[in-house]
Design a protein around this ligand. Structure first.
Ligand SMILES: [Zn+2]
Length: 326
């Protein structure tokens, strides 16, 4: 029965996808079926980290627990707790305990439609794995997904909002489903200008975005490592560009892997809203800082959005599970 609800095709008028008049069944919240553990190196700290994704009860949301600290190391994955956005997204609690580089894992949860999970982690940084969200999607799929007796809520965008400057900005517009349009431009032959637009529904996250890796320039990596950053960075967990060439022997996973990864980051950062967003994102050269500013601005304008229970007509941000691809 659950499969039928989740797997319903998009079958409503684009103008009325959600709301109290929708006749379709409500979508239920989801969590993991079983705990699942991985180990890896933190991209910036270079530390060996063990991380366990655990099921959580309905309405709990996504929360981190620093197991090396104990109860004081509990940090909800919320835009309200973002304390640093320079190289990665970092969240902290009132005691000052933090977890950094959470965005690829958050993108995995968003992409798999997971509402509730507890992430036990024995250090301050999510393992980099291969630099993409694919390993986290694989973990979630390996655990399995449990449907919960609570309706899934979404944040519906009612009025356009925009943050940034003329050359670097991100905006949210009312739309019938979650979509992202992203453009990047670098003065470099390997990257140059890349743009991509897609609706993040019905399998597109897993198929088109999840495996796109993070990237950096060799000279920037050298400079960062000199000041103690990117200590765990290597060709195993990032695409590295030197001059106009990609140093990774295996090459790129997509011709436009870079813009795909920027969409991945954006999906992960925006999942700190605490619920999936029904709206269209338009971004030009945005990054973690602007993604965060967008959420701060959104939630400061109460007339720009509202909560709505999701019906079977629209399942945003999903795509890791076979039931979502019907
Ligand atoms: Zn990233």
């Amino acid at each position: 029965m659950m499969d039928n609800i989740i797997g319903l095709p998009y079958n409503k008028s684009p103008d009325s996808p959600v709301g109290e008049h929708n006749a379709c069944s409500l979508v239920q919240q989801k969590t993991l079926s079983e705990p699942i553990t991985c180990q890896g190196i933190g991209l910036h700290t270079g530390r060996q980290i063990t991380m366990t994704l655990r099921p959580a009860e309905a309405n709990a949301g996504i929360n981190f627990l620093r197991s090396d600290i104990g109860a004081d190391g509990f940090v909800p994955a919320s835009w309200k707790n973002v304390t640093e956005t320079k190289l990665a997204t970092t969240i902290s609690n009132e005691s000052g305990h933090h977890i950094t580089t959470i965005e690829h894992l958050m993108a995995g949860f968003a992409g798999c439609g997971i509402d509730n999970a507890l992430i036990e982690i024995d250090g301050p940084e999510v393992p980099a794995m291969d630099g993409s969200a694919q390993p986290f999607v694989t973990m979630i799929e390996s655990s399995g997904v449990l449907f919960q007796e609570a309706p899934r809520k979404a944040i519906v965008i009612k009025k356009p909002i925009k943050v940034g400057t003329k050359n670097s900005f991100i905006s949210l517009m009312p739309a019938s489903m979650f979509g992202v349009s992203f453009e990047i431009e670098f003065n470099n032959t390997a990257l140059a200008k890349q743009s991509l637009e897609m609706k993040l529904v019905n399998g597109t996250f897993k198929d088109e975005i999840a495996s796109a890796r993070t990237f950096g320039f060799a000279h920037e990596v050298d400079a960062m490592q000199k000041v103690g950053l990117a200590r765990g960075g290597s060709l195993k967990n990032a695409v590295v560009i030197q001059g106009d060439n990609v140093l990774n022997q295996e090459g790129l996973r997509y011709d436009n892997e870079f813009v795909r990864h920027k969409i991945l980051d954006c999906v992960g950062d925006l999942y700190l809203a605490g619920a999936p967003i029904i709206g269209q994102v338009n971004a030009v050269r945005s990054g973690h800082a602007l993604n965060h500013e967008l959420l701060c601005t959104l939630f400061s304008r109460t007339d720009s959005w509202c909560f709505s229970q999701l019906s079977g007509a629209v399942v945003p941000g999903t795509g890791a599970l076979s039931t979502d691809t019907h």
